[in-house]
Design a protein around this ligand. Structure first.
Ligand code: 8IG
Length: 277
């Protein structure tokens, strides 16, 4: 490999070259020439990939160009190559993501998605933990992402490159998820910068502009995925009611607990969807 790895933050670096470097390391370490689907596990989703199939290799993020250790408690700073049942296909499971609020720049935020494409994936499943605006969504409810509103004021796309976002969250994949779990609701995900949660007034704003879910990830990654020609499935786990929707204050412990409670439903959903892609 390169003795001096390319620096993703250097404007002179092409981020797609770093993704290609990362994919080469992943292929070498996992023994898999290609992967077919990538999953990004957000808050509350940590254990949910276990039902997809057997883990054949685990690679530390620190060993892969452009990747970083986990910044969030409950996330895992490694990626796994998982056999998708008996299909002979492979899933690349990212145990954590880089969030925009970490200040590493938007290239780092979308590096996993670009690396997924470079390993051969045609689909990425983006999961997250988020706040819900619909009081009927009790903590632990998974919700399909139908569309998003990106309030970060940033884009992962560089230059005059006008990527169409009409169907960011591939309709066929949403149909597939609903076949697996007919009770799944859909919603519009609003990405805030964070890392603070919203004020109740900001949550009301999200509602007025058409949002159903509030979080700190996913939108930028989904945009980069569409630029790369990947199909996208987005699933949020409502881990808490958004600020002001219920009377109680928000805590990360509540987030982790909701994840534990929802792990079985979410795990079955992921395994079934990935098995049928
Ligand atoms: I987990 O209520 C989780 N992540 N912005 N708001 C935002 N992000 C979140 C929330 C939330 N819950």
């Amino acid at each position: 490999m390169n003795s001096s790895p390319r620096d993703l933050d250097d404007p002179a670096t092409d981020p797609f070259d770093v993704a290609a470097d990362a994919a080469a390391v992943i292929a070498e370490r996992t023994g898999a020439e290609r992967h077919d689907v990538a999953l990004v596990l957000g808050s509350g989703w940590g254990q949910t990939a276990d039902l997809i199939g057997e883990t054949l290799a685990t690679v530390d993020n620190a060993d892969v160009p452009g990747f970083h250790q986990a910044a969030v408690v409950g996330h895992t700073g490694s990626m796994r190559s998982v056999a998708i049942g008996e299909t002979g296909r492979r899933a690349l499971v990212f145990g954590t993501r880089t969030h925009f609020y970490e200040g590493r720049g938007v290239r780092s935020v979308v590096h996993g998605v670009r690396t997924a494409k470079a390993t051969g994936c045609s689909t990425v499943v983006l999961t997250n933990g988020c706040g819900g605006l619909n009081p009927a969504w009790s903590p632990g409810t998974p919700v399909l992402i139908r569309d998003h509103i990106n309030l970060t004021a940033h884009s992962p796309i560089e230059g005059a490159n006008f990527v169409d976002l009409t169907d960011v969250y591939t309709p066929r994949l949403r149909d597939l998820a609903r076949e697996v779990d007919p009770d799944l609701d859909e919603g519009v995900y609003v990405q805030f910068r964070g890392p603070h949660y919203e004020t109740p007034a900001e949550v009301q704003m999200a509602k007025v502009i058409g949002g159903d879910l509030v979080g700190m990830s996913t939108s930028l990654e989904a945009i980069a995925a569409r630029q790369s020609g990947l199909d996208v499935l987005g699933i949020s786990l409502v881990t808490n009611l958004a600020a002001g929707i219920s009377d109680s204050p928000l805590s990360h412990d509540e987030v982790l607990e909701a994840g534990r409670l929802a792990a079985e439903r979410c795990g079955r959903l992921l395994a079934a969807v990935v098995g049928r892609l």
